[in-house]
Design a protein around this ligand. Structure first.
Ligand SMILES: O=C(O)[C@H](O)[C@@H](O)[C@H](O)[C@H](O)COP(=O)(O)O
Length: 281
């Protein structure tokens, strides 16, 4: 069995009535981290995952009084977007204009609405093979660590992103790190690639675990009942009988950073089963 030990972690559990309240708090959380990173380091390095997490940044299908989005007031003016550096914690190996592209989704619903400098947005090379794209992406990140645009971990030479935003799959996958996948065991690579994703498309690049766990802040955002079991199994404490490789989200334990779970009530609905009342906002 792979070495999937589980060190203690600083974790904050935020549960919201619905995805609108979650979106509002997520926007404030990101805005505050941006401000503190820019004050401390002069820039803010953030890595995104795909799908519903990105859509939450620009939730619009229902006007909801009080729902604040990062791409709108007050943040549109208060966030120092020119200091942002944007990366992807995982990306599908498809063309940038392909419907499955996390870059395309992020550009359409978020990047096109805020003034982040285009040369501060680091997407993968969609003309390369998935293997070369992963290698090139790691090389780009290594260059930015050298000049300290991206910080470096105190405990290893890994990049220390200011924030890594992750979604959660019903099988407990985060980024493109899937249950029992050899990619979970990588310790030297910062960025790796897979060609057998159980979810389409099969070819993806993804940050390796040590990079995610070297971040200053990691947020896992999960909504909907379909994620309730994965949330419960990721958060509940147990006596180590649990093979954590079967649920990659359990392996998200920032070494010197902070983990925050953003959950709507449906995604948190199974937490009561084991641990009693979760923290409720
Ligand atoms: O590119 C991807 O597929 C994502 O980065 C992946 O890790 C996603 O975050 C989860 O699959 C959750 O996706 P949903 O939130 O849409 O269920």
């Amino acid at each position: 069995m792979a070495n999937c030990g589980e060190p203690e972690t600083r974790r904050d559990l935020r549960v919201f009535e619905d995805k609108y309240e979650l979106t509002t708090d997520l926007a404030e959380y990101i805005s505050q981290l941006s401000e503190s990173s820019v004050n401390d380091r002069g820039c803010f390095t953030v890595a995104l995952s795909g799908r519903s997490l990105i859509r939450l940044l620009d939730i619009s299908e229902r006007t909801y009084c009080g729902c604040r989005k990062l791409s709108e007031a007050p943040y549109k003016k208060t966030v120092d977007w020119t200091k942002w550096y944007v990366f992807w914690a995982d990306e599908r190996a498809v063309a940038k204009n392909h419907v499955d592209s996390n870059y395309k989704l992020t550009k359409d619903v978020f990047l096109s609405k805020v003034s982040i400098l285009s040369n501060h947005i680091f997407s993968i090379n969609d003309n390369a093979t998935v293997e070369d794209a992963a290698r090139e992406y790691e090389f780009t990140i290594r260059q930015l660590v050298k000049v300290r645009t991206i910080g470096v971990s105190e405990s290893n030479d890994c990049p220390k992103f200011d924030l890594i935003l992750l979604g959660l799959g019903p099988d407990g996958h985060v980024a493109s790190l899937f249950p029992h996948h050899p990619a979970l065991e990588l310790r030297e690579e910062w960025v790796t690639y897979i060609t057998d994703s159980p979810e389409p498309p099969p070819e993806r690049i993804t940050f390796a675990l040590p990079v995610i766990n070297s971040a200053s802040n990691v947020a896992i955002v999960a909504i909907g009942e379909e994620n309730a079991m994965a949330v419960q199994l990721s958060i509940l404490t147990d006596d180590g009988k649990f093979d954590a490789c079967s649920l990659p989200a359990r392996l998200i334990r920032p070494d010197n950073g902070k983990l925050v779970w953003f959950l709507d009530a449906l995604a948190a609905s199974a937490l009561n089963d084991n641990n009693g009342e979760p923290d409720k906002l």
